[in-house]
Ligand binder design. Structure first.
Ligand SMILES: [Zn+2]
Ligand SMILES: [Zn+2]
Ligand SMILES: [Zn+2]
Length: 705
């Protein structure tokens, strides 16, 4: 006989991991349901020791995370009152592990309470209702995959870091996947630095037909591609074409079909937000997560997008139906007969759907007032990309025009859009670049040239990695997973192995030293293929239930032997990097040396630890007349702490620059040169003196070395 429960008594308790998510779900469920948040993991390995029993099947020793005891107590208190617990953390490995640990904690205390797991891909009333009606058991394979990754990362971190302490510098640490990413960044830096940009010039003819003007570029001279190296050569050529007539010799038209792209996966969203909006991957994930967990739209609270950690482009049938309905209402002529289908990447686990809006009718402009500007932009990207993915392609016509003038052939091209297709829905994602149009011409037509101009360019070599391109590289190589791309970059920056400057990621001196050392001593561990293989094996623990202990022990035994060997045999470079300086310590009179610190180089007293005197490395002499100060790096005293370069005689001397000084003196005025960079030139040096226009070209310097 069932006991009657009072209506107000909460018999079901849902446990999620974030308060925002709890708030959204609470609104969807009636009385009889309580929702509480664990704020992420409650249990983890302790920070202070290895806590893995290597002799006993790598059994980890989990403890309550510091500061989480209160939350656990609260959850247990709520659980006691409940008849049934539903664990509703995110539907991935981490979420499964969070649920698993909470389940154990509850059942240890209250073995009679029923604890179940529910999963959903979006936070909407329908999805939550469905999930609540079909509770499941914890997926132990997923839990094991998370556990195996945690143990593996812990073993590598705890074994590699002491090597760095002993051989390089105290307090350093190294991680498994981050070290692979660091290596990729170091390799790219080397390629970029080895590249010597070459100057070249192009020649544009400004032409006129009737009232219409357009530009054509010289693409052949005496039957060959012109190689114009400098201004003088450019002028010589221009002089040859001056006053001569331009005759149309060829006119080509070609139709082109541009298909829409698949809806976003995590990595593609991060790449688009980095390229289009300049967001770091961490920022993108934070904003996307908030859209997934729920936003107040008027009186309602909605999860606006599906789950944000996914490597699949798959879309639920119901969502395809909804978006086709939307397109048919708003862009009826752009609805394909059948839904567009996208190939799912080979490496994708395909556990989730692509990232898409949960309510397709909720167009970005309509919810704009309920969102922060950043949420609006991320939502717009996701919405536009998803709707466009189910629309007709763009049809366009490419027109190429060739003209002869003396010994030169000039070319002009333009694109005319015939059918706009999915472009109609793109705003934030609209293709960049202005459209060019050409007058209607036919072969034999003679054109008037009213100007000839030359343009300086430099050949483009490989580029430094940025947030978008490193994620792309990691994904292509199978290193990292949707949940780890953003943390990999953050960790490298937090450890000061990599810096993000002008959106570019570059290894620091410290990062290079560590990467070189690990590459030499543990080539296999930080090998891209090896790491990709480990990720694959972790996937197999999750999807096929492969035994995780076997997987870890196969990895650990040779690794540990190598660690012991390296500890014993590798020569320490500790202190080797210290450079002598002319400085004498003003506190104790001992000489001072240049040392590599956590945040770059600094000058320290050799009397350390007796004498703690240290100072910033002087980068240049202060150029102000009568000032004998040195220019050093300083940090603004505000939250963002932007670096600038000022004089040691501040406040008497107020000299300041925001560009990194170099040791090179300006041959014209004697001030120092600073490092600058732009798209056209790449990296170069200019005089810091605002009255002087000296520019020191990088390639001149490189070729003289
Ligand atoms: Zn001293
Ligand atoms: Zn000064
Ligand atoms: Zn100068």
């Amino acid at each position: 006989m069932a006991k009657k429960t009072k209506k107000t008594k909460k018999i079901h308790l849902l446990i999620v991991e974030s308060p925002a998510k709890a708030k959204t779900i609470q609104k969807y469920l009636g009385n009889g349901y309580g929702v509480t948040a664990s704020i992420g993991h409650l249990f983890d390995l302790p920070r202070s020791r290895l806590a893995i029993n290597i002799d006993n099947n790598f059994e980890p020793e989990y403890i309550t995370i510091r500061g989480k005891a209160k939350i656990l107590k609260e959850i247990l208190k709520e659980a006691k009152k409940a008849e049934c617990i539903l664990l509703a953390s995110d539907n991935d490995r981490e979420g499964e592990a969070i649920s698993y640990h909470i389940k154990n904690a509850i059942q240890n205390k209250f073995p009679d309470i029923q604890v179940k797991r529910i999963v959903f891909n979006e936070i909407t009333p329908v999805a939550i209702q469905k999930a609540v009606e079909s509770p499941m058991d914890i997926d132990i394979n997923k839990v094991n995959a998370q556990k195996a990754r945690r143990i593996l990362d812990r073993l590598v971190g705890y074994k590699l870091s002491p090597i760095l302490w002993k051989k390089v510098k105290n307090g350093l640490s190294a991680g498994r996947v981050q070290s692979v990413a660091l290596k990729l960044i170091c390799e790219r830096d080397k390629e970029v630095e080895a590249f010597i940009p070459q100057e070249y010039w192009t020649i544009d003819a400004h032409l006129k037909k009737g009232k219409k003007t357009f530009i054509a570029q010289l693409f052949q001279y005496k039957g060959e591609k012109p190689e114009i190296k400098n201004k003088e050569e450019t002028q010589k050529l221009i002089d040859q074409f001056k006053g001569k007539e331009f005759v149309v010799t060829d006119l080509k038209q070609k139709e082109k079909v541009t298909k829409p792209l698949a809806p976003y996966t995590t990595s593609k969203l991060q790449q688009a937000a980095a390229t289009r909006l300049g967001y770091t991957s961490r920022k993108t994930m934070r904003i996307a997560q908030s859209l997934y967990e729920g936003v107040n739209i008027g009186a309602e609270r909605r999860g606006l997008i599906t789950y944000v950690r996914t490597d699949s482009t798959r879309v639920a049938d119901s969502a395809i139906e909804a978006v086709r309905g939307f397109i048919s209402d708003h862009y009826p002529e752009d609805l394909p007969d059948k839904p567009n289908v996208y190939a799912i990447g080979k490496k994708a686990q395909d556990a989730h759907e692509a990232i898409r809006p949960t309510y397709i009718e909720q167009i970005p402009e309509e919810v704009k007032s309920s969102l922060t500007p950043e949420q609006f932009k991320i939502y717009s990207l996701i919405w536009e990309r998803f709707v466009s993915s189910q629309m007709k392609p763009v049809k366009s016509k490419n027109i190429t025009l060739e003209m002869k003038c003396g010994d030169g052939l000039f070319k002009a091209s333009a694109t005319k859009i015939l059918e706009k297709g999915f472009y109609k829905v793109l705003k934030l994602l609209a293709p960049k670049g202005k459209s060019v149009s050409l007058p209607s011409l036919s072969e034999g037509d003679i054109l008037q040239c009213f100007d000839l101009t030359g343009d300086q360019h430099f050949t483009q070599g490989p580029s430094y990695f940025n947030d978008a391109s490193i994620i792309k590289a990691l994904e292509e190589k199978g290193v990292g997973r949707p949940s780890t791309y953003a943390p990999i970059i953050s960790v490298l920056i937090d450890r000061y192995y990599v810096v993000r400057k002008n959106k570019r990621l570059k290894a620091t001196v410290l990062g290079k030293i560590i990467s070189d050392m690990l590459t030499k001593t543990f080539p296999d561990i930080i090998d891209v293929n090896f790491t990709a293989n480990v990720e694959k094996k972790l996937d197999e623990v999750e999807t096929k239930g492969e035994p995780w202990v076997k997987m870890i022990s196969e990895f650990f035994t040779p690794f540990n032997q190598k660690v012991e060997y390296v500890m014993e045999h590798l020569e320490s470079i500790k202190g080797v990097l210290d450079e002598e300086t002319d400085f004498t310590c003003e506190k104790c009179g001992r000489p001072m040396v240049k040392k590599l610190g956590r945040y770059g180089f600094f000058i320290a007293c050799t009397g350390f630890p007796e004498c703690m005197n240290s100072k910033a490395v002087p980068l240049a002499d202060c150029p102000k007349p009568e000032c004998n100060g040195k220019i050093i790096a300083k940090r603004k005293q505000n939250k963002r702490g932007k670096v600038f370069y000022g004089c040691t005689n501040y406040p008497e001397c107020d000299f300041v620059t925001y560009f990194p000084p170099t040791k090179v003196k300006c041959p014209r005025c004697g001030f120092f040169l600073v490092e600058r960079s732009d798209k056209k030139r790449g990296e170069y040096k200019v005089c810091v003196n605002p009255e002087c226009d000296y520019i020191h070209q990088l390639e001149a310097e490189k070729s003289s070395v």
